[in-house]
Design a protein around this ligand. Structure first.
Ligand code: DX5
Ligand code: ZN
Length: 214
């Protein structure tokens, strides 16, 4: 299991310190949640702050767009050379075109599915993407409870993934912790995002990250 802590739960007054700390604690990716106040009822960070995160991070960035106008935001964040940019299929009229565009910028494209969106929605995009992110909370906020119905979806997605593009990673985001991680691993998750669990862990970042590497 790869681990991508979400900096949404970091201390933004000490962002440089916290980003360095999760990288030193052994995370695999730094998950960056971009929200525009339109696609989701929350507003987070833009290129000024992502630039600071990119400078502090010694691990690759994983940028999760929760926005309208995806292409505008892809262009804003591409200069920071993230490993992945993921966008929501619910908000994109031409997802295949955007996948090709992200790849043309030298970035690995990923598609996000909201909790209600079926696994089959991504079937014809699977040959073209490097990762599918399954939301296990409604996007917009850290610290929400895991929605158990998505486990069945991950199992269905894994069947599709194994048949169509075995290289494509399955990522989960929302309410992940040391209690549900083994079950998620069994269902087919390759990489987990965790925000509040990692940053609020009583025994520190390294213990938290290690506990998710099942
Ligand atoms: C929610 C974000 C998540 C969030 C996860 O919209 O996409 O990445 O930060 O936070 P936790 O792990 O606290 O649910
Ligand atoms: Zn996220």
């Amino acid at each position: 299991m790869l681990v991508a802590p979400s900096v949404l739960s970091a201390d933004f007054g000490n962002l440089d310190r916290d980003v360095k700390a999760i990288c030193e604690a052994g995370c695999d990716l730094v998950h960056v949640d971009v929200m525009d106040g339109h696609f989701v009822p929350n507003l987070t960070i833009g290129p000024v702050v992502v630039s600071a995160i990119a400078k502090a991070a010694s691990k690759p960035l994983d940028i999760h767009l929760m926005v309208e106008n995806n292409t505008f935001f892809v262009d804003l964040f591409a200069p920071f050379k993230p490993r992945y940019i993921s966008f929501h299929i619910e908000e994109e009229k031409n997802p295949h075109r955007l996948v090709q565009y992200i790849r043309s910028l030298g970035i690995r494209p990923a598609i996000v599915l909201n909790p209600h969106t079926p696994a089959e929605a991504v079937e014809y995009l699977l040959p073209s993407v490097d990762m599918v992110l399954v939301m296990s909370v409604n996007p917009g906020f850290g610290g929400q409870s895991f929605i158990p119905e998505v486990v069945e979806k991950i199992k269905r997605l894994k069947v599709l993934r194994d048949r169509i593009n075995p290289e494509c990673l399955i990522q989960i985001d929302g309410g992940v912790n040391d209690v549900n991680i083994e079950m998620l691993d069994g269902a087919g998750v390759d990489i987990c995002v965790a925000g509040s669990y990692v940053f609020k862990h009583a025994e520190g970042l390294k213990k938290a990250i290690d506990s998710l590497k099942v």
